[in-house]
Design a protein around this ligand. Structure first.
Ligand code: ACO
Length: 428
């Protein structure tokens, strides 16, 4: 069996001439120097003293790394503890990586590589089996063993043809326009229920809510034109919410107003239907646009005219890095029973090795083995497989997964397939 291409070698330690340092969030001067790096990398304004103070509140408790060259701080990386939902609604701890940037004067000399090695090694030492991130560019993170694991879609709805089918799920629940800040705890509870139930879900920290509920904090945050609707089930318990922002426009006296769905979360099919029905029927609105949605959005299937809802965009979203293969594979659920020997290539990295995955009706067991593998794959491909959203057969066709024989690929595909397409609704 020929081996799949492993990610680039990852020897321990920083690149020559690069030092990795911990940044003290409480030291305002240090934080100010650090904050300039992601602001420059992400093409944001130079952070004011007020911005730094806000950032300090947001990142307190996070791990901030700096990349130093010649005594100057030129790289930034931030990580924090989160929870990720795996197939079977298993919620596991994960290391979330964000704010990655290197000054344009010091790019391509190993600064990111040095920071990433440090952060992932520490996550592994803490016992975390997984790391996650959202990639600004797709070629960057495969070399560090991250694989794209969830996708997001943008849906565009023509409201002139958006009547729902008679058989769309319905109940006697209610929808009510609310002030988001006043029902923060209810919104959080709904989101928490939803993210725990579906693979790809991530915990939202208090500061995530602080950010969206603080008008003007960042571009794209909920603002004065944003409205929030809380949905309650027949017994009065909140089971969904939607925040949306409308933009008025017209052609002569004909309205061409748009509605942007900012966040739409539901824990029941009835709540999901009620919220879609609401945003699809706001008077004067001609087009509804919903980004960061699942690729298998239910909307077209609720409509009499499914073509009124078009998938107008699709991208990778959450990238997963396995830091402990046995722990990660043992933590998720498997709908179909199966036995598979997997060899993971991760040169210099923590996921390397061969394991026997044995999933049965009583649960799953993952043990190290010397047996010859049924399938071989690199760590980044394992990250893509773990949440069940990427088909093992597709990876095999792309040469990213190699099988001992023709039967191993369908076995791997059946074993890893999730009941539902994984979806992550939380930007970080
Ligand atoms: C999780 C997040 O925060 S995503 C946000 C990432 N940040 C950004 O996009 C901001 C703008 N970009 C940057 O600041 C920098 O280009 C970074 C942080 C992406 C890369 O930093 P660098 O210090 O230049 O990376 P480093 O020198 O360690 O590169 C290591 C390898 O990755 C490659 N690489 C790095 N960035 C990229 C890229 N954007 N596209 C393709 N390859 C890349 C390098 O060529 C190098 O390859 P090699 O080992 O074969 O020579």
């Amino acid at each position: 069996m020929t081996q799949p291409r492993p990610p680039a070698p990852a020897p321990a330690g920083p690149a020559p001439g690069v030092r990795v340092t911990d940044v003290d969030v409480e030291d305002v001067d240090e934080l100010t120097r650090w904050a300039l790096v992601p602001a420059t990398g992400f093409m944001e304004p130079r952070p004011s003293a007020e911005d730094v103070a806000k950032r300090q509140r947001r990142v307190r408790g996070h791990r901030l790394l700096g990349g130093v060259v010649g005594g100057r701080l030129v790289g930034s990386l931030r990580s924090f503890d989160t929870e990720l939902t795996l197939p079977g609604a298993r919620v596991v701890p994960a290391n979330a990586v964000s704010s990655v940037a290197v000054l344009p004067t010091h790019r391509r000399r190993g600064v990111l590589t040095s920071m990433m090695r440090t952060d992932l090694a520490r996550a592994r030492e803490r016992g975390q089996a997984l790391a996650v991130l959202i990639a600004s560019e797709a070629p960057i993170y495969g070399r560090y063993g991250f694989g794209a694991a969830t996708e997001e879609a943008t849906w565009t709805l023509d409201t002139t043809s958006s009547r729902l089918r008679e058989d769309a799920p319905a109940d006697a629940g209610t929808v009510e326009l609310v002030e988001a800040a006043a029902v923060r705890a209810q919104l959080q509870a709904v989101h928490d229920g939803a993210r725990r139930a579906r693979a790809g879900g991530l915990r939202r920290e208090e500061r995530w809510w602080d950010l969206v509920l603080d008008p003007g904090a960042v571009s794209g945050a909920w603002d004065a034109r944003t409205r929030t609707v809380l949905r309650r089930g027949p017994d009065g318990t909140p089971d969904g919410y939607c925040t949306y922002t409308t933009t008025e426009s017209s052609r002569g006296r004909v309205s061409t107003a748009q509605l942007r769905v900012d966040d739409l979360t539901a824990t029941t099919p009835q709540a999901l239907r009620a919220l879609w029905e609401l945003v699809a029927s706001v008077d004067l609105v001609r087009t509804v646009r919903a980004a960061h949605r699942p690729v298998d959005e239910v909307l077209p299937w609720l409509l009499r005219d499914p073509r009124a809802a078009q998938r107008t965009g699709q991208d990778d979203f959450l990238w997963v890095r396995v830091l402990d293969t046995a722990a990660a594979l043992g933590a998720r659920g498997y709908d179909a029973p199966g036995r598979l020997v997997l060899r993971v290539h991760d040169e210099g990295g923590p996921a390397a090795g061969t394991v026997l995955l044995d999933a049965g009706a009583d649960g799953v067991e993952v043990t190290r083995t010397d047996a010859e593998p049924d399938v071989e794959l690199a760590a980044d491909a394992l990250g893509s497989l773990l949440l069940g959203g990427v088909d093992a057969a597709l990876l095999a066709r792309a040469g990213r997964l190699r099988a001992r024989d023709g039967a191993a690929v369908p076995s791997a595909a059946a074993l890893f397939r999730g009941a539902e397409v994984p979806w992550c609704a939380t930007e970080f």
